[in-house]
Design a protein around this ligand. Structure first.
Ligand SMILES: Nc1ncnc2c1ncn2[C@@H]1O[C@H](COP(=O)(O)OP(=O)(O)OP(=O)(O)O)[C@@H](O)[C@H]1O
Ligand code: SF4
Ligand SMILES: [Mg+2]
Length: 333
């Protein structure tokens, strides 16, 4: 986590998401899951997307990694990765970059590991496809090395195991080994510890921090748990109803939250339990994303709501370097 005064964004940018909007088409209408989202992720940086269920966090991860379902459409925006706008690339080149340089892991191991294959065959398949290494011995050596790096004590046994033969913690380590075996520059980790108990959760977070340093990885970490975000993130972007409401360094978000929603989230986390506590939410619920309310989508739940909040969307204000907030309370009118 970043300490007071450090500015993590001095480094080079790996990923820039600009004005991204993603919609899902359903029989009941169009779900505006992500709206005009902007953020940047530096090389070697960990940015956490935090927000309650349904706020659009996973949709962002899926859009960047090219794994959106068929009923989704990127309605606007750019996803600039290593100075290349991914959305303007020909399909083949896009798949190559998303397959090799961007990896995504999910909370549900079944979404990543096919239960019909051993960990070894999954790993060797990924290595052959994305790294173009074909010599059997070399591929196996690399696969075992990745399992070791992911902290698995008996790589040979794990290599020959099926996913259902591993415990939850081991499975998540195996998933991390698979995700990192292509040597990606960006890891998107979507609630990777949510299904684990507190001890295993802490171990996996430590592993990710170790690997982030070892491989100089950038990590987009997705969580609904502010305690987890505080543990791992350099910066935090708070999302609500598909919109980025506030973004700052982790230190700044925890010590000086500005947006009423962020303040509510922080107040909900008892200080002494910040490491483990689950987020308890602010009264009320997310608006219907097929028909979001006009103005600020948080206004029906906001204790500070003014008339203008019901009519006009607030502007994004940079209150100080690296700290942005989307709220009428901070606009100079
Ligand atoms: N395939 C889909 N078809 C239609 N709507 C979808 C689809 N996937 C997600 N949504 C909707 O898009 C919105 C954003 O969902 P998303 O999964 O991105 O949120 P999230 O913040 O990741 O939530 P969670 O914390 O529960 O994982 C929600 O309203 C959700 O119901
Ligand atoms: S814009 Fe208005 S309703 Fe929205 S968070 Fe700020 S004060 Fe509350
Ligand atoms: Mg999600």
């Amino acid at each position: 986590m970043v300490e007071e005064g450090e500015n993590i964004m001095n480094g080079e940018t790996l990923l820039a998401v600009e004005d991204l909007s993603v919609y899902y088409y359903t029989l009941e209408g169009v779900v505006k899951a992500v709206r005009n989202l902007n953020f940047q992720l530096g090389k070697g940086e960990i940015l956490c997307l935090v927000g309650e269920s349904g706020s659009g966090k996973s949709t962002v991860g899926l859009a960047i990694s090219g794994a959106l379902p068929e009923n989704a459409m990127i309605a606007s925006g750019k996803i600039i990765f290593n100075d290349i706008d991914l959305l303007r690339l020909p399909e083949e080149k896009l798949r190559e970059i998303q397959g090799r340089e961007i990896s995504i892991i999910f909370q549900d191991p079944a979404a990543t590991l096919n239960p019909l294959f051993t960990i070894g065959s999954i790993l060797t398949d990924v290595i052959k496809t994305h790294l173009g290494i074909t010599e059997k011995d070399k591929v196996k050596k690399l696969a075992l090395e990745m399992l070791k790096i992911a902290g698995l004590p008996d790589p040979e046994r794990i290599y020959n195991s099926y996913p259902h033969e591993l415990s939850g913690g081991m499975l998540q380590r195996a998933i991390i080994a698979v995700a990192l075996s292509t040597r990606p520059k960006l890891l998107i980790a979507d609630e990777p510890t949510t299904m684990l108990d507190v001890t295993l959760q802490a171990q996996i977070l430590d592993l990710l921090l170790d690997l982030q340093k070892k491989f100089k990885l950038s990590i987009l970490f997705i969580t609904h748990n502010l305690g987890v975000a505080a543990e791992i993130a350099d910066r935090i972007l708070v999302m609500y109803a598909g919109i980025g409401l506030e973004e700052a360094s982790t230190y700044e978000i925890l010590r000086n939250p500005l947006h009423p929603y962020t303040k509510g989230l922080i107040e909900c986390v008892p200080r002494c339990h910040i490491r483990v506590s689950k987020l308890r939410y602010i009264p009320g619920s997310l608006p219907d994303l097929r028909n979001p309310p006009p103005g600020c989508p948080f206004h029906p739940r906001c204790p500070y709501a003014m008339d203008i909040c019901k009519r006009e969307e607030p502007p994004m204000i940079e209150v100080k370097t690296g700290h942005r907030v989307w709220c009428h309370l901070y606009s100079k009118r």
